[in-house]
Write a protein that binds this ligand. Structure first.
Ligand SMILES: CSC[C@@H](O)[C@@H](O)C(=O)COP(=O)(O)O
Ligand SMILES: [Zn+2]
Length: 242
């Protein structure tokens, strides 16, 4: 950022100071505190970003996500990709380019979890491919006839939520050494599956987004429920698709 706005500390702080619990800077902290109890953001992994109008609110990198304060939050101007607020001695989340990919698809909030259920599902899909003697490559997690599938939207181009008899397909991309290097394959998966609101990352976690915070949160919850159920189903020898 090169313009004078960065120097206007008072103004920049106003971007994250609010008594409104629904303000993105407050919400990111509250959500991450709650996500920590679910095992979604343990050990600094995972995170959440929110778009409000022209502004993107981003957590710092490598911090205990459950202990963040609104004062720690970065604010990016979406149109110019320039930081309007950079808390001193912190770096923005390495997930930022991935969050931006979701905002580019109209999301209002993107949640990245390191949920063990998400990781286990990717491991099971990987093992299934290997057992069939196939390249692991590009895969999807697929499941059908589970009530909670109705907690997921049909897609960007299709109004309404999925039905009980619809098959939920979540693409899985390969993990990389650095989070930001996932961006290209995440964008490719978004293009290949234009109706998806989530992408799994093999042996890593999941990115889930929604039109607003409430939708991103409930979609992430529905998905995590389904991932946990899928792992338990597999233990009992029950198939994910009929
Ligand atoms: C436990 S380190 C995890 C990180 O490398 C990354 O996967 C992650 O999700 C969080 O990145 P961060 O830059 O801290 O927001
Ligand atoms: Zn991660």
């Amino acid at each position: 950022m090169t313009d004078s706005r960065e120097l206007a500390h008072g103004d920049a702080d106003d971007l994250v100071k609010s008594a409104d619990p629904e303000h993105p800077a407050n919400l990111i902290c509250t959500l991450c505190r709650n996500f920590y109890t679910l095992g979604w953001v343990t050990g600094t992994g995972g995170g959440t970003s929110i778009r409000r109008g022209p502004h993107i609110f981003i957590a710092p990198s490598g911090v205990q996500k459950e202990l963040m304060q609104p004062d720690n939050i970065f604010v990016l101007e979406y149109s110019t990709r320039s930081y309007l607020r950079k808390p001193p001695s912190l770096k923005p989340s390495q997930c930022t380019p991935l969050f931006l990919a979701a905002f580019g698809r109209g999301a209002g909030c993107c949640i990245h979890t390191h949920s063990q259920w998400a990781v286990l599902v990717t491991l099971l899909v990987e093992r299934d491919a290997k057992e069939r003697g196939e390249e692991v490559g590009e895969r999807c997690f697929e499941i059908e006839m589970i009530e909670q599938i109705k907690g997921f939207p049909k897609g960007r181009s299709k109004p309404g939520m999925m039905g009980y008899f619809d098959r939920l397909r979540i693409p899985i991309i390969e993990n990389t050494a650095h989070e930001e290097d996932l961006t290209e394959s995440l964008e490719e998966a978004m293009e290949k599956y234009p109706d998806t609101y989530a992408v799994l990352v093999r042996r890593h976690g999941v990115y889930v987004w929604g039109d607003n915070v409430q939708k991103a949160k409930t979609q992430a919850e529905s998905l995590d429920y389904i991932f946990q159920l899928a792992v338990e189903m597999r233990k009992l020898g029950l198939p994910w698709t009929l």
